[in-house]
Design a protein around this ligand. Sequence first.
Ligand code: DX5
Length: 218
Amino acid sequence: MALIVPSILSADFARLGQQVEEAQAGGADRIQIDVMDGRFVPNITVGPLVVEAVRRHTSLPLEAHLMIVEPERYVEDFARAGADIIIVHQEVSPNLHRTVQRIHALGKRAGVAINPATPLAALQEILGDIDLALCMTVNPGFGGQNFIASMVSKIERLRAMIQQHSATCDLEVDGGISVETAPLVTRAGANVLVAGSSVYGAAGGVASAIAALHSAIG
Ligand code: DX5
């Protein structure tokens, strides 16, 4: 079964530790921290300090999704802060192979993300070296955006590419994942689903939202 990874972007930051504990108690498989610098994306969020704080409230694997320029400058900081998986964007990583090597040298898993308009070919040469390929299903920067339906075909083609290369990386999706879209992306080949607003914005609370996502993907 696919993994459910709540992202804290839509959590209540005034009680973030409690929200993370709720996600773990509610059956989350990992937690994602959305890092934004106001340059790669039109929003500014958090840095390593918040990863450190979240680390103290959960034993789940932490993903640091670096939606920032020059991510290679900060991988050590996020590794030291307690991230288990460090995800960088291909679009801002001209020396991507070196960055992936650096993340692995730090004892962490390496993820590479691509935005909706970035061709899959951008992942082709690195697919065999990474632990996670993240296919963005919204344009990054904000929670609560609508799922981009044309990404279903891209997910299918990415799954086929992973199989053709005999790669072992996860296929993660992020953006607009809900009980409606979750089955679409898992049928297309995603095995890790990031969900922010559908978890932390749910009227019934975090645990029931996670349970609903798990049941939506069967
Ligand atoms: C990029 C962020 C969001 C977040 C999930 O904007 O990475 O995709 O994690 O947000 P939702 O699930 O609310 O679309």
